[in-house]
Design a protein around this ligand. Sequence first.
Ligand code: ZN
Length: 131
Amino acid sequence: MVRQNSGRRIREEKQAVGYMIALYCQRHHQPRHSRSTLTQNGLPQNRCPENKQTLCEHCQDLYDYAMQRLTLCRFGEDKPTCAHCPKHCYRKDYQRHIRQVMRFAGPRMIFYHPLIAIRHLIQHLQSRRTR
Ligand SMILES: [Zn+2]
């Protein structure tokens, strides 16, 4: 029986990862001013990472994979941020992709989603201290 995480920590981590993938995909894989990124009234529909249409196929795949890893993370609510996790559970190709995403989106999160970025940073520091 596999335990499925649904606690606050995991939910927050999912949210942060979702935002970062969306940010990365928008800047790297979506043509500027393309119709696919605009809603019918001409507004960008990229505000919400849960909106799957904003992700390209490749990033959607990564997103689904990341969500699955978090749901099944063996550390659950005691989970350190992924960068500090002693168990690198990502498959090699996904690991490469998520690293690129983090490298790009990590520093930018403070501008786009400051609260999430700060929360993530605090958890990051906490998980370093307890180690
Ligand atoms: Zn993409």
